[in-house]
Design a protein around this ligand. Structure first.
Ligand code: AMP
Length: 111
């Protein structure tokens, strides 16, 4: 066990509603959805936030970002979608394992 809930999800030790995974990233439904479709996309590797990134993460982050439109298509979000990465307490980050929110469909809140 680690004290990072998303590392535990990535390791399969905490169940989640998984919609996609590969060797580098994992996508699952947010437990408290703010829109009809609300996914979280995380790297398997623990990276606390955008603030932790350096050049060694470039391929991983490029891959994570490239997965987002593919997931949006798979979820039927043909007219568009919103992506959010909260960073730090002041940015509203609650889970300190880097994640992109992918949201769309009905109920998408105003921004
Ligand atoms: P953030 O505020 O950007 O750190 O977002 C963290 C998100 O993780 C929130 O939207 C939570 O609802 C979501 N979350 C926390 N625990 C879980 C979990 N076990 N499974 C799925 N989503 C979770």
């Amino acid at each position: 066990m680690t004290d990072c809930i998303f590392c535990e999800i990535a390791a399969g030790r905490i169940p989640t509603d998984k919609v996609y995974e590969d060797d580098r990233v994992l996508a699952f439904r947010d437990i408290n959805p703010k829109a009809a479709v609300h996914l979280l996309v995380i790297p398997r590797q623990h990276v606390a936030s955008l603030d932790e990134l350096d050049g060694s993460h470039d391929e991983l982050i490029a891959h994570l970002v490239r997965v987002l439109p593919r997931l949006a298509r798979d979820q039927g979000l043909e007219t568009g979608y919103r992506t959010i990465i909260n960073t730090g307490a002041g940015g509203g980050q609650e889970v300190f394992h880097l994640h992109a929110h992918l949201m769309g469909g009905s109920d998408l809140p105003g921004f």
